[in-house]
Every structure is written in C-alpha cells, then in structure tokens.
Design a protein around this ligand. Sequence first.
Ligand code: ZN
Length: 341
Amino acid sequence: MFFEKPSRVAAILALLALATGSSPVAAEPAARDLFGAKPVPSAQTPEAIGFYSHGCLAGGVDMPKDGPTWQVMKVSRNRAWGHPALIDYLQRLSRQAAAEDNWRGLLFGDMAQPRGGPMKNGHASHQIGLDADIYLTEMPNRRLSDDERDNMDLPSVIDPRTKRVDERRWRPEMLKLIRTAAKSREVQRIFVNPGIKEKLCKTAGGDRAWLNKVRPMYGHDYHFHVRMYCQTGEADCQPQESTGRDEGCDLDWWFKVALKPAPPGAKPPKPRPPLTLAALPKVCRTVLAAPARRGGEPQIAAQPASAPAAPAALALDAPDGGAAFPPLPGAVPIPGSRPLP
Ligand SMILES: [Zn+2]
C-alpha cells in the first residue's frame, strides 16, 4: 500500500506525457528527410524493395546525363537514379522512339533518389526505382546546359479552361511514343492526364489493347509516367494489381467530378503525415545504413558480389555527389493541386 500512491502518480504522469506529446522519446523523423539526405546509392546488389509509393531502392544506378537519344532534365535534383532494369529500359525506349516514332530523342524527368524512398516534394511514388517521368517535349538538337535543364519551359498539352488537350500543342507523335511505351512487356502501367487519355482513346484507331495500361491521373499534362513491373526474383518488391483488359476510356468521373473546381469555401484535404522509416519495409533500414557506392560512373550491370564496399567517407568525395551536391530548390513546380503518383 505504501508504494501504491507514488506509482499511480507516475503512471498518470506518463499517460499525460503521452497524451500531450511531451514524451521523452523524440518523434520519428520523416523518411523523406532520411532518404533525401543520401546523395549516393548504397553499395548493394540492385533491388526494388516494397511498393512503388512505399519502399526504397538498393544499389541504384544513374541515368547518364546525355545519350545519343536522350538528355536528363532537372539534373540538380539528383533524382535520375533507378533500378538497372529501368535505366536500361528507358535507354532502349529512347532508341526505339527515335527509330520508329519520329522523336529526335527523349527528355527524362524524375526517376528515383539514389536510395529511392519518399521524396520531399513532387511525388508519392518513384520510391523503388521502377518509375520514371518522360516529358512530352522533344529533345532539342543540341545539348542543353544545366541551367536550361532546370529552367526550360516544358509546356502542358492541356487547355486549363477545358481540361482537354490543346490541339495547338498536341502532336500525333505523342500518341506513338506513349503507345510504344505501353506496348513494352516490361511496363506495368502509364499515368497521363485525363485529357491526354481522352485524346489517346479518340485517336488510337483499331490498335487499342495497349490503352488498358494507360491510366488517367491528376497532373501529368506535360510529362507521362512509366512504371515497370517488379523484376523476377526480387521477393521484397510488391507488385501492383493488373490494369485488366478494359480500355479505361470512360472518363466521365474525371471530367464531371474530379476535375471540377472545388466549391468556394470547401475545406482543402488534410495533408497526410509523412511516412516514417518504421512505415517502410524493414529492409529499407539496411539500405539507408549501407555504405555508399564509390564512383560516379553509371553501372548498368550489377556489381560483382566480391566488390568491396566503399566506406561512406570515401564516397562523399565521389564525383557523383557527396557533400558538394547543391541543395534542392525549395519548390519544385507540381502540376495540379492534388497528390501525384
Ligand atoms: Zn511520375
């Protein structure tokens, strides 16, 4: 009985501390801050871990800034990293588009951070190295400067008034490119603005089976988003459900409901709290803690198993980033006002 009172007081105090948030245990940091702070990939065998909007990337490789049929935009964001399968696929797609679809070459946007994971701004997915944005603007016939890559105008093909494709900006080659990407066996789905989806549905002609992979989404009006399947043998990669066989050309809900402006005075949707490391697959802790890979060369092939892991201190001097990497701009323009995949 003697101890009863103090222990009850302690218990009540502890409860109060929990309820008021004054617990001595600090709040877990947002995973986007932890992954955003890693300028170099992990020295690990490449692997996509978790789900597209809920995971991370081991052993990421980077897309070379320039290729014969592509250029990487927004280089300063340091988001042109991916699973080797993605980097390889995008290069092949750019060659095919140049050979068959009348594209001089492709302009690539965000892929993933060096170790994947959530980003501070711009995307809910792009976390496991199997997503990429491709601009609907053709690669110019010269190499762009870094400044141009960060600031060049990449116009929308959607008329903001009608929410439909602006015919002055739309080119038939855009359908050809999206069709080529959608027909790839490696591609799981593609996201485009509902206005673009409508245009594809109207102009696809008789060859339509590929339309099922092209899904309408907010934004995506000056670029489209390609998502690859999980790679064979990567058990920690969580596949997404099939897009089925439906062409998905019934867009009524989009134009009659989703794209209508919110009524005046409507409450904006509550932003979701950022993902913590605890919310991601456990293996992502290992990815975050793994030594950095040394060297800046793109490594399309997986590293040999015997390759020694580089100490983190060495990798900070690597030419592909390290401490010298410039900070991300405060606000990356995001099309539309809703969360993007
Ligand atoms: Zn995207």
